[in-house]
Design a binder for this molecule. Sequence first.
Ligand code: ADP
Ligand code: MG
Length: 255
Amino acid sequence: MPTIADTAPADTTFRAASLELSGIELAFGTNKVLRGVDLVVPAGRTACVIGPSGSGKSTLLRATNRLLEPDAGDIRLGGESVLRSNPDELRRRIGMVFQHFNLFPHKTVLENITLPLRKIKKLTPEGAVEAARIQLELVGLREKESARPGNLSGGQQQRVAIARALAMKPEVMLFDEATSALDPELVKGVLGLMADLASAGMTMIVVTHEMGFARQVADQVAFMDRGVVVEAGVPEKLFTAAESPRLQQFLSQVL
Ligand code: ADP
Ligand code: MG
């Protein structure tokens, strides 16, 4: 299968931007879930976020593309604050892939990708189909364009979700445990696709339990616990010379 990196003519290119989160705070009622998160991802780099369940990882990703509004802090995309911009515009620039795919079950694979292209990007029907097919080709699912999501494997559904996000030409991609719902034999293919995207130069934040992926693909790994980034650094350092006791304990449980 061609990789994203070696099939990158005009239509499959993207313009990746830097992403800086600073002092992000967010509470649900009295539950302060994010308590001042800082994370800087230079353009074209991949940050993996690891940490225990309930530490605020999903909330952080949702706050980053403003599916949830932060109470405090700043989000800078390509150096510019986007907290006061139009949230729909922001979600065009920051693509997101969820654990449970979030595809429309009654639409075909092709329609799942063309719908947002037409509604949000205002492409013509023909333009949307053309753009969608290019992305489907890239994720190896061109022959599945007429299938419904329910007739695909979890791995194929997640590839469609990734293709749908990429078709919007985002400058940053967020992945929230994109392989956690997949059968073990399907995990590798989706991780491989994500690794290809990282080496093709996309800016990515990847929340994952896949420590092997974090080790091999991440430029930076951030460990979150109780609403803050407790420790961050290059994978080699984080996995072999963790400083904080909380990270040491976490790693002893997952490695
Ligand atoms: P993680 O992804 O690291 O497991 P989450 O960001 O999903 O953590 O959750 C962090 C905390 O925020 C948890 O205590 C969770 O119960 C709470 N939380 C998450 N989403 C909501 C919500 N929509 N309403 C209320 N509380 C929420
Ligand atoms: Mg989560």
